[in-house]
Design a protein around this ligand. Structure first.
Ligand code: SF4
Ligand code: FES
Length: 269
């Protein structure tokens, strides 16, 4: 698996471009490629494609795949900033490729690479398994001391209670925050931004009673205390989840719980 720096270059021999309506402009993209079945060495490949003002980076990738090189591998699904699957480094910054217009990238060629800090499986496709394990580690569900039978009704919330965790619940698991996080780049065991934001989402949910176990799980050697508050995770987050802020809130909660457990050991069991 490749994990980062790329070397070499190749130029695609494109089939003739199709007729375009309205403009004959072209644009050049430089795509990070990795073909483990052929070589251990990642490389860059340049493509020149017809350009339209309304094209996003994902449109360019789709054009290349449909018209030039069907072997190009990348993820996408919704094309509207919801599924979180299309993340890549665009001109050096983690972005949703469906949400970046080519016209807004002020570099030429436009370099598109796999997200940093993840093992590359093929071309722009990275291994999401470590990320999924981190999400699962924070008990991302409502924990109750005792579940009440469904016939006794739902656990209702007021709009104010819902607003408490609305921001953290906007996360689409796109992993851009992990690609931007220097701490995660240095220590892959770090719990990281999105999993921490998810933990806070349940901490702030009035229906949840799993705080003790959750805070114990995140206040560990590789948990929230590793965060040095660089803040890049919140800068790149496309949903304004503010994972950096979430981690600082969790630190305060974990510290408060620790103090309480020392002063009132019976009350915090
Ligand atoms: S916190 Fe933001 S950047 Fe991180 S996975 Fe969620 S939506 Fe993506
Ligand atoms: S394709 Fe779903 S977020 Fe980009």
């Amino acid at each position: 698996m490749a994990t980062g720096a790329r070397a070499g270059a190749a130029t695609a021999s494109a089939k003739p471009a199709p007729r375009t309506t309205g403009t004959s402009k072209t644009i050049k993209l430089r795509i990070g490629r990795y073909r483990p079945e052929r070589s251990d060495e990642p490389f860059y490949q340049e493509f020149t494609i017809p350009y339209r003002e309304d094209m996003v980076v994902l449109d360019a990738l789709n054009y290349i795949k449909e018209r030039i090189d069907p072997t190009l591998a990348y993820r996408w699904s919704c094309r509207m900033g919801i599924c979180g699957s299309c993340g890549a480094n665009v001109a050096g910054t983690p972005k949703l490729t469906c949400a970046v217009y080519l016209k807004d990238v002020k570099r030429s060629p436009i370099t598109v690479e796999p997200l940093e800090n993840f093992a590359v499986l093929k071309d722009l496709v990275v291994d999401i398994e470590p990320f999924m394990e981190k999400l699962a580690s924070v008990d991302p569900f409502i924990v109750r001391d005792e579940d009440k039978p469904i016939e006794r009704g739902e656990y209702r919330q007021t709009p104010e209670q819902l607003d408490m965790y609305r921001q953290q619940s906007q996360c689409i698991n796109c992993m851009l925050c992990y690609a931007a996080c220097p701490v995660y780049g240095h220590d892959p065991r770090f719990l990281g931004p999105a999993a921490s934001a998810l933990a806070l989402r349940y901490e702030l949910d009035s229906r949840d009673q799993g705080s003790a176990a959750r805070l114990a799980a995140i206040a560990t050697e590789h948990g929230v205390w590793q965060c040095t508050f660089v803040g890049e995770c919140s800068v790149v987050c496309p949903k304004d989840v503010d994972p950096a802020g979430a981690i600082q809130q969790l630190k305060a909660r974990a510290a408060t719980r620790l103090m309480k457990s020392m002063l009132l050991p019976l009350a915090t069991r």
